[in-house]
Design a protein around this ligand. Structure first.
Ligand code: F0G
Length: 347
């Protein structure tokens, strides 16, 4: 088994005293997207983070955050979440044998993610407030109760997530562009820090342009102001006041990148396209990346032949209900050979 903390031990803040946890995180496939590359006129790759143990990129940061919490003698962890952080925190807490508390927005977390947090044994508290409110309260609760917070305000979370950038570089070198969905703005900051660390180590020559995509209804970094009532079908990035805003803005500015907003409709079209043309089922937030590339191409802002990595942050199976909303359902056919044969021939 590839153990992320051991594989990149020299780049992580781990010591001989750090307990090395692992659920087999990282080492995710970087898949060349031939069909979409042709369509867009670029060299496009997908970093498939949905293949992490709990189905999202969060595992890269969580494995380090929980290992460091154990090293510091923590008895429990706490997080606010739009879903994936809670699934990941709950799994690593289970592995570590410590308690995990989760605060999340009631009715706004994809079913698969909620079920993960519950089955891994977390104490799941659903509040009638959005993620920003949940995170605010969680930070206070952590201080008050002496729990380790494992949101992306925890520096180890972001450090762990740098490994996604390192894996990309180890495989194809630094791409020209790196495109990520942006919610709390941690992952784009982490990837950038990962590229910077690799450049300092002399392993890459240049930093990719960092392109952050938000949903139109939750686009504080695109609009330059917090959104009090963020709303989007991509519930993972339904965030109005990102805690890592400053870091992400610095990453985008210094890499000559950009932030861009896409509509829910554009996200769902991209999700369907990605699945039906490349065989990859990613959750809506992840597909904001492809929607962003479509948009840039339409505007004439996507240079030909650039090498682009889009980070597909979460697995589509976490949010099956969204597919129902896209009015995708099977054809019901009588259990008769001739009818079935006809249904195949007429397709
Ligand atoms: N994509 C997915 C699938 C996510 O779950 C998240 C964040 C993001 C993108 C955005 O990453 O916050 O680092 O900018 N999910 C968090 C959670 C907020 O609670 O699971 P970010």
């Amino acid at each position: 088994m590839v153990c992320l903390l051991e594989k990149y031990a020299e780049y992580f803040p781990v010591t001989s005293k750090t307990p090395i946890l692992s659920l087999g995180e990282g080492n995710t496939p970087l898949i060349p997207l031939d069909n979409l590359s042709l369509k867009l006129g670029v060299e496009l790759y997908a970093k498939c983070e949905g293949l992490n143990p709990t189905g999202s990129f969060k595992d890269r940061g969580m494995v380090l955050a929980v290992s460091k919490a154990l090293e510091a003698g923590a008895s429990g962890i706490i997080c606010a979440s739009t879903g994936n952080t809670s699934a990941s925190a709950a799994a690593y807490a289970a592995k570590a044998g410590i308690k995990c508390h989760v605060v999340l927005p009631a009715g706004k977390v994809a079913r698969g993610k909620l079920i993960q947090a519950l089955i891994y044994g977390a104490n799941v508290l659903a509040i009638h407030g959005n993620f920003d409110v949940a995170l605010d309260m969680t930070r206070k609760l952590a201080d008050d109760l002496g729990l380790d917070i494992v949101n992306s305000v925890n520096p180890y979370r972001l450090w762990g997530q740098r490994s996604g950038a390192w894996e990309v570089c180890d495989e194809i070198g630094a791409p020209d562009w790196c495109v990520l969905p942006v919610g709390n703005a941690g992952n784009i900051s982490a990837y950038w820090a990962g590229f910077v660390q690799y450049r300092r180590a002399g392993l890459i020559a240049s930093i990719p342009r960092m392109i952050g995509i938000q949903a139109k209804g939750a686009a504080p970094l695109v609009m330059g102001r917090p959104f009090e009532k963020p709303e989007t079908v991509a519930t993972a990035i339904r965030i109005g006041n990102p805690v890592n805003a400053k870091k992400a803005m610095a990453a985008v500015k210094s890499s000559k990148g950009m932030f861009l907003a896409v509509s829910d409709e554009e996200i769902l079209i991209a999700q369907k396209d990605l699945a039906s043309s490349e065989g990859i089922f990613a959750e809506p937030a992840s597909c904001a990346t492809l929607a962003g590339l479509y948009k840039l191409r339409k505007q004439g802002d996507l240079p030909k032949k650039v090498r682009v990595v889009m980070v597909l942050t979460g697995n589509g199976l976490k949010d099956p209900e969204i597919v129902g909303k896209m009015i995708l359902s099977p054809n019901e056919v009588a259990a008769e050979y001739e009818t079935l044969r006809e249904a195949i021939l007429s397709c």
